[in-house]
Design a protein around this ligand. Structure first.
Ligand code: IMP
Ligand code: MG
Length: 182
């Protein structure tokens, strides 16, 4: 069991408390704005559902399905939009909701792509950030937790498409950078 689920790094209680805080901060910052909350799937699904309900303004919801890592733990560096938004971005205040910012390539690519559609503003809220892994300089305005350079699963994050339903965040210490080790 321990080998599969790893060591807990962020508990459910810690997650709940931090997301409440993020919700309060976003509510204060966005006030009367026309907020379009864009979830980046699949990874952000659990965080997104909790965050959206912690934000006390009548926002719009939308989603982007992207693929970056394939089934490996290591980044390919390529980001592909598999399913696009259904909402119009022009003139709206867009907040991208990500599970984790690692190299920063995914967020950088999405900001570049969506900026062409003339949003009024575009910002990023990530549950997790691994600053040591950054390859490109991206601004992430809201971060839940900064974590060390370890492969994590749970709360939406996967290892080979599994463990997303784990209700807390765990370190998979049997997985190396290439996704090997099981
Ligand atoms: P980036 O483009 O390198 O910033 O990677 C972002 C994506 O990589 C995230 O949306 C995750 O899907 C995936 N990712 C990065 N680190 C981890 C991890 O530790 N566990 C699970 N997925 C990860
Ligand atoms: Mg992802």
């Amino acid at each position: 069991m321990e080998r599969i689920f790893g060591r807990p790094i962020v508990t459910q209680e810690e997650m709940r408390a931090r997301i409440k805080e993020l919700g309060r901060q976003i509510t204060a910052d966005y006030g009367e704005k026309d907020l379009l909350l864009v979830g980046i799937l699949k990874g952000a699904y659990a965080f997104y559902a909790d965050l959206a309900r912690a934000i006390r303004i009548p926002l719009r919801v939308d989603f982007l399905v992207v693929s970056s890592y394939g089934s490996k733990a290591k980044t390919s560096g390529k980001v592909k939009v598999v399913t696009d938004l259904t909402e119009d971005v022009a003139g709206r205040d867009v907040l991208l909701v990500e599970d984790i910012v690692d190299s920063g390539l995914t967020v950088q690519h999405l900001i570049k792509t969506l900026s062409k559609r003339k949003p009024k503003s575009i910002r990023v809220c990530a549950l997790l950030s691994k600053p040591d892994r950054r390859k490109v300089d991206v601004e992430v305005q809201y971060v839940g937790f900064e974590i060390p350079n370890k492969y994590v699963v749970g709360y939406g994050l996967d290892y080979q498409q599994k463990y997303r339903n784990l209700p807390y965040l765990a370190v998979l210490d049997t997985v190396d950078d290439e996704g090997q080790g099981f």
